[in-house]
Design a protein around this ligand. Structure first.
Ligand SMILES: [Zn+2]
Ligand SMILES: [Zn+2]
Length: 384
């Protein structure tokens, strides 16, 4: 069976399951932030939990502590004040209906422990422990929105981000099936740093329950976003390979007053010329180097020399590819606008639109041309 066919069948099964279960279903999130994980301290914060490990079952209430360490291909599970168990896996399951929260502290990241809703499965992986948060999809999405969209904003902004996060989840929910979970908690998938403590975000996710973004054929679409577009969003083909119909460039009048709307950078003329020469520039004519970008362009031009702006952005770790170049004395001055790749929804602009009374659908329609917001049960997966 081809990969696309397997993916299609998986998505159909997923969509049917969602319909049957009314979306309030659990998803499995790989907590890869805990890489090189050899020990994990779990603490019950609220609710009542059942711990299953090594054929034993223990009840845990708030304050209950569990230390898990990897011992070869097995786990050592120490339950504070009770006993130590040798196990192949650990399952921490909350009681039905309870508002259950546990925290995780690991052997790598210092600082306060992460807080997570619902359940946890820990297994010994090949090199380190594998921790999977089994969590209600809406709680997961609220955590993503809080991690990806910040805490500041009004309801319609967070509703737009919730629809984007949900669309992304359904498009990629089989991405890590071979690893034993749906999706990971890093930028590879969507950043998820645990539960959302922001009421307005939790409400935005519940109000938009089941809603996703599709094209006119009801197919789920890639809906990227970035911090600030600098006044004009970018077409997808200037950043990635394909030009997508819904990712056109729009003039954005809303994001100009944000702190990340402008940036500048000074680079020595010598370093700039070295860089350009390394990529085939041969003229050394200073008057060639100046460059304007009143509206977004794909290439930097210096005389006959033509070079992708997106590559310059990556190589120099610039905030955006939307910048002008000025030569002054022995330096190059980059005068830039925006923060991020610039494709799709501009978060600063969307936040201002929501503050000014625009609704979630209007915000999404402004940044993504011709898309529909529909229920996941009416949407289809892309067969490609
Ligand atoms: Zn991932
Ligand atoms: Zn913008």
């Amino acid at each position: 069976m081809s990969t696309s066919r397997r993916r299609y069948i998986f998505l159909i099964v997923l969509l049917v399951l969602c319909t049957v279960l009314g979306y309030g279903r659990d998803v499995r999130i790989g907590l890869l932030s805990y890489e090189d994980l050899f020990s994990l301290t779990i603490k019950i914060q609220s609710g009542r939990y059942e711990l299953s490990a090594g054929g034993k079952m223990l009840t845990l209430t708030p304050g209950g502590n569990i230390l898990v360490t990897k011992a070869g291909e097995r786990l050592f599970v120490s339950v504070a004040g009770q006993e130590t168990i040798v196990a192949d896996s650990l399952i921490l399951r909350h009681s039905e209906g309870a508002d259950a929260v546990f925290s995780l502290r690991n052997n790598i990241v210092p600082g306060p422990p992460g807080q997570y809703n619902d359940d946890l499965v820990v297994k010994p992986g090949i090199r380190s422990l594998l921790a999977v948060n089994v969590v209600d999809i809406n709680r997961y999405l609220a955590g993503v929105v809080q991690s990806e969209a910040g805490y500041k904003g009004s309801l319609e902004y967070f509703k737009a981000q919730a629809v984007i996060a949900r669309t992304y989840f359904y498009m990629h929910s089989d991405r890590h099936m071979q690893d034993g979970y749906n999706i990971c908690d890093r930028t590879h998938c969507q950043v998820y740093k645990g539960m959302s403590v922001t009421e307005i975000i939790n409400n935005a996710v519940l109000i938009t329950g089941g809603m996703v973004l599709t094209n006119k054929d009801s197919i789920l679409v890639f809906a990227p976003f970035h911090a600030n577009c600098g006044g004009q969003t970018e077409v997808s083909g200037n950043v990635w390979l394909n030009n997508e119909g819904h990712l056109k460039s729009v003039t954005d009048p809303y994001c100009g007053f944000s702190a990340s709307a402008a940036w500048s950078r000074e680079i020595s003329l010598e370093k700039w010329l070295d860089y350009l020469s390394g990529h085939g520039y041969r003229h050394n004519k200073l008057s060639d180097l100046g460059f304007d970008q009143l509206s977004r362009k794909k290439y930097y031009r210096a005389g006959e020399f033509v070079f992708p702006l997106s590559k310059i952005r990556l190589d120099w770790d610039l905030r955006s590819a939307f910048f002008a170049v000025e030569v002054k004395d022995s330096s190059i001055y980059l005068d830039g606008r925006g923060y991020g790749h610039g494709v799709g929804l501009c978060q600063d602009g969307a936040r201002v639109m929501a503050d000014r009374g625009f609704r979630m659908r209007e915000i999404l329609n402004f940044y993504f041309s011709g898309l529909l917001v529909m229920d996941i049960k009416d949407a289809k997966a892309d067969l490609m």
